[in-house]
Design a protein around this ligand. Structure first.
Ligand code: ATP
Ligand code: MG
Length: 457
């Protein structure tokens, strides 16, 4: 049975510039171009899927061709605007670049453009997925694109600008569509829900927006699907269940376990997530986004954050996030998603902890710098000095000088530092060895008796 149902994404397609969400930098420029009558002959709209490229191209075509146009706010009730919107206007020609990409088709287009528009001021060609045109087709278009007849305008749209010949790009005005912020997607979804008489939690809206990754069409399709699943009332639980997402609380909990380095609890949490059918790849993305929030909080609070229940430095959060990022592909492509997910989390813990080794190394170098000077004014050096251009002073002499002239005593002695290194968990020393082999060797070989003023001699 045909129902004639039209999806939300189509019914809620913006009809005017001011309705396009999150692309103000583009709509403002186009509106100004219309007001100032500075309309170029070719435009290139670039950006991720479902962010408003085709929509804006249609609004722009309407603005140029409407009665009394070009006008910033075309009258949607006029016959020409109606015809443009339902695709029956002869002078606004939408071409799918994916299926009309041959040289012959572009030659035909070149011939057609010579004829005047039948009912409007301009003949406007909107070519979607323009990156799919063959090289021959692009070349056949070059001359026309350089100097089209004055009644012809081109609007190209693509998600992959890098595949378009630079000679084509340079003949167009280029507009970059941005991923739409979660906040703006929530705002638009809330408007749609009101219009559709759907009850939906704010947290549910946020989860849908999170899933959409900046694409408004994806967000609207998700909402459509959820309405089919839940009816007129949608909660966060529904969204999490249908799409296998973890709640913010669960993400926070997992991040806390990583910060504590509690391996048994991490393994138990992974089992639980896998058993409840969660999308582990998505959880990694959400975990990264969450750690990024903490990172920003840490930077703003002077280099450290306590939001996970214990002090975490920005550096260790960065290492943790980096490890999650590196594990993402494995989790996405790997045969055993759960195992890869588990390993990625454990690696994140280990990497975040290597920071303490790093700081030890820095501390040791600091101590080496503070070490007493030889009479010649030369600092007593550790292995760093060995690698440097000037040869280190003879050890026997340094020892004597150090005894004669003890410098200010550091709070950490080489013994305490070395003990701290020895006391680190075995796994951590392993990770350190792998990640910081050079520095590690450096630390191990530091002649402690030489760099400690109190101990020397
Ligand atoms: N910026 C936006 N503001 C409001 N709605 C939008 C926006 N972008 C997309 N939409 C919604 O998504 C639907 C699809 O948008 P559109 O066709 O313009 O995307 P697109 O950028 O051309 O995507 P694609 O690259 O997949 O062709 C629209 O009908 C509209 O409902
Ligand atoms: Mg499109």
């Amino acid at each position: 049975m045909a129902t004639g149902y039209q999806v939300i994404a189509r019914r809620w397609r913006p009809k005017q510039f001011h309705e396009v969400v999150g692309q103000d930098h583009i709509t403002r420029t186009l509106e100004n171009a219309i007001r100032q009558q500075r309309i170029a002959h070719a435009y290139l709209f670039v950006g991720p899927r479902g962010t408003g490229k085709t929509t804006t191209a249609r609004i722009f075509a309407k603005a140029l061709n409407c009665e009394g146009g070009p006008r910033v706010s075309p009258d949607d009730n006029s016959p020409i605007c109606q015809a443009i919107m339902d695709g029956s206007c002869m002078d606004v020609i939408e071409i799918d670049g994916a299926s009309n990409n041959s040289v012959e088709q572009i030659r035909q287009l070149r011939e057609d453009c010579q004829y005047s528009p039948s009912q409007c001021s301009f003949k406007i060609y909107i070519i979607d997925e323009v990156h799919m045109l063959s090289v021959g087709a692009f070349n056949a278009l070059l001359k026309t694109l350089e100097e089209p007849p004055s009644h012809v305008k081109f609007i190209f749209a693509t998600t992959q600008a890098e595949k378009i010949l630079p000679t084509i790009v340079s003949r167009c005005q280029r507009f970059e569509f941005r991923p739409i912020s979660e906040e703006k997607i929530c705002g638009q979804l809330s408007l749609i829900a009101k219009g559709e008489k759907i009850e939906i939690d704010d947290t549910a809206l946020k989860s849908i927006a999170r899933l959409a990754n900046g694409g408004m069409r994806d967000a609207q399709s998700t909402l459509d699907q959820l309405i089919s699943f839940c009816g007129k009332s949608i909660t966060e639980k529904d969204v999490l269940e249908v799409y296998g997402l973890a709640s913010r609380k669960e993400i926070h909990h997992l991040a806390s376990l990583l910060a504590q380095g509690d391996y048994p609890k991490i393994l138990a949490a992974v089992d639980h997530l896998a058993d409840t059918g969660k999308d582990l790849y998505r959880i990694l993305i959400d975990l990264q986004t969450y750690l990024r929030e903490l990172l920003i909080h840490g930077i703003r609070s002077g280099g450290e954050t306590n939001r996970l229940g214990l002090p975490l430095t920005v550096e260790s959060l960065m290492r943790m996030n980096d490890a999650l990022h590196r594990g993402k592909e494995d989790v996405k492509m790997g045969l055993s998603q759960t195992v890869n997910f588990e390993v990625t989390l454990l690696r994140a813990v280990e990497q975040s902890r290597t920071r303490s080794i790093d700081s030890l190394i820095k501390e040791l170098s600091g101590m080496a710098k503070k070490a007493p000077q030889s009479p010649a004014g030369k600092k007593i050096t550790g292995p760093a000095g060995k690698q440097g251009s000037s040869p280190p002073a003879p050890p026997a002499r340094e020892t004597t000088e150090s005894t004669a002239n003890p410098g200010p005593r550091n709070r950490e002695t080489p013994e305490t530092v070395e003990k701290a290194v020895q006391n680190l968990p075995k796994e951590l020393r392993g990770a350190m060895d792998e990640l910081f082999r050079v520095e590690y060797t450096h630390v191990e070989s530091l002649p402690h008796q030489n760099i400690s003023p109190g101990k020397a001699g």
